[in-house]
Design a binder for this molecule. Structure first.
Ligand code: C5P
Length: 239
């Protein structure tokens, strides 16, 4: 009897990777989600990952400036990132924290997690695994085109005037009755940009081969249409 051993090698193959980086409140998340829908792609909001680790560390009362303690918190809990009805949903140890991670205190503390090299390394690894399981992906954050997916098919860098970004963020916050003034919102955004641009690891910057899109005078649909057209164009030229 001949026994036939078949060795299967499973290759994970992502056909299309589109990255969208940019400063806070530049519209990345909404644009990435809608663009992913148009392309029939999965959507990844990497900011939500940094926020989730921040929340877990805060709940554990971890010293946020202690990198090893942050890494422990990341490894101690089970984080789940899924997409439901086009929305990125996050759970920690099976508890849904999708809304909690948007709390202003989590937003303010995320910079500690973002500046911790070992934590970033793990999160980038998770992002790559998420992409490897999917055929097409639109991923957004700060370092997606520069670090996580440096060989992405199409890279965008979305930007907008700080005053316009503050106005957009304010419109979002007003619906949640947060009570922040426009000036406070703009100041907080600018501080977050500074911290994102100036950290040593995975800083916010434009990849050399990214297409810069200024969204100051564009509405969401116009931005999505523009990006969609560019992706189609670039992909058809690559074939
Ligand atoms: O995009 P969002 O505002 O949700 O991100 C929250 C924070 O997570 C950012 O201010 C940034 O410090 C961090 N972040 C990051 N790298 C990413 C995505 C987010 O450092 N790829």
């Amino acid at each position: 009897m001949v026994t036939l051993f078949l060795i299967f090698e499973f290759y994970t193959m992502t056909d299309l990777i589109v990255t969208i980086d940019g400063p806070a409140a530049s519209g990345k998340s909404t644009v990435a989600r809608l663009l992913a829908q148009k392309l029939g792609a999965s959507f990844l909001d990497t900011g939500a990952m940094y926020r989730a680790v921040t929340l877990a560390a805060m709940k554990d009362r971890v010293d946020l400036s202690n990198e090893d303690a942050l890494l422990d918190a990341l490894q101690r809990h089970k984080f789940r990132f899924s997409v439901r009805a086009g929305r990125m949903c996050i759970s920690i140890d099976a508890v849904d924290v999708t809304d909690l991670i948007r709390h202003p205190q989590v937003t303010a503390n995320a910079r500690y997690i973002a500046a911790a090299p070992k934590v970033r390394e793990k999160l980038v690894e998770m992002q790559r695994r998420f992409a490897a399981d999917r055929e097409k992906i639109v991923t957004e954050g700060r370092d997606q085109g520069t670090v996580a997916f440096a060989d992405a098919d199409v890279k965008f860098y979305l930007t907008a005037d700080p005053a316009e970004r503050a106005r957009r963020r304010q419109a979002e916050l007003e619906t949640k009755d947060d009570g922040e003034t426009l000036e406070q919102t703009q100041k907080a955004l600018e501080e977050r940009d500074q911290s994102d641009q100036n950290r040593d690891v995975g800083p916010l910057k434009t990849a050399d081969d990214a297409i810069i899109v200024d969204t100051t005078h564009l509405d969401i649909d116009q931005v999505v249409d523009k990006l969609h057209g560019l992706v189609k164009d670039i992909c058809s030229k690559k074939k």
